[in-house]
Design a protein around this ligand. Structure first.
Ligand code: SF4
Length: 240
């Protein structure tokens, strides 16, 4: 195929512009992280990690549910049932529902928890320990086959419990990344995750995840974001 000189120059210019945009984003991403790190505390990973099955159950409960109600539901459940795949697969769904009553969509979540427990027992030898030994993509594929496990839940388990280099994107991380202009508004889960993973180093993934959540909860709220008080407003293209 013959490409004329003007087309070639335009193509080269576009590549240069894309590279400049990426470079600018990387520099801004670094400043954003430094700024929010000086503002919010990052919890120790050991506080949120632990047994992958328990992290899975807690993550399912936490969907569309305030932290305080997630904690209460999880504690209720651990008092009623042994939190193992066998314990939950054998529990009555009504018993799980009773424990999860304060969590949003508790009926739905109770069924998912029971089904995922049954699937782990049947298809995975009753354990999620493969997340430690399998390579990242293989472990991720296996987790995504489980009922009720989407990319966010899979990535939380892989990063929090197994220390794999993956950056989970929850609703706050998604919103904050888009408003900061790091990803296009219409980007889906994988695009947001992969872009953030190129903007930050793997050792920063946990910190970025937790700090973007803090920023989203305190300032960059879904409704009525507090632009005027936001610590990164000077770095944000979405501020009014
Ligand atoms: S300035 Fe506004 S849009 Fe930008 S990160 Fe802060 S709260 Fe969100």
């Amino acid at each position: 195929m013959n490409i004329d000189k003007d087309t070639y120059i335009r193509h080269e210019e576009s590549l240069i512009l894309i590279e400049m945009f990426k470079e600018e984003n990387r520099a801004r991403a670094k400043l954003v992280l430094e700024t929010i790190e000086s503002r919010f505390k990052v919890p120790s990973i050991s506080k949120v990690a632990g047994d992958p099955f328990k992290v899975l159950v807690r993550t399912i409960i936490s969907q569309s549910t305030a932290e305080i109600n997630t904690k209460r539901s999880y504690e209720n459940l651990s008092k009623k049932v042994i939190l193992t795949p066998k314990g939950l697969a054998e529990a009555d769904v009504e018993e799980i529902e009773e424990a999860l009553f304060v969590a949003g969509l508790y009926r739905n979540k109770s069924r998912i928890i029971k089904r995922v427990s049954e699937a782990i027992l049947k298809d995975m030898g009753g354990s999620l320990d493969f997340i430690y030994s399998d390579p990242l993509e293989k472990a991720r594929r296996k987790l995504l086959r489980l009922p009720g496990v989407g990319p966010k839940t899979a990535d939380i388990l892989l990063l929090f419990c197994a220390g794999k280099p993956v950056l989970p994107v929850d609703t706050h991380v998604n919103r904050v990344s888009k408003r900061l202009g790091f990803v296009p508004e219409k980007a889906g889960y994988e695009e947001v995750r992969k872009t953030l993973e190129t903007l930050y180093a793997p050792k920063e993934y946990f910190k970025v995840h937790m700090l973007f959540i803090s920023l989203g909860r305190r300032f960059c709220k879904a409704v009525n974001p507090r632009h005027d008080k936001c610590p990164v407003r000077h770095l944000c293209p979405s501020k009014p």
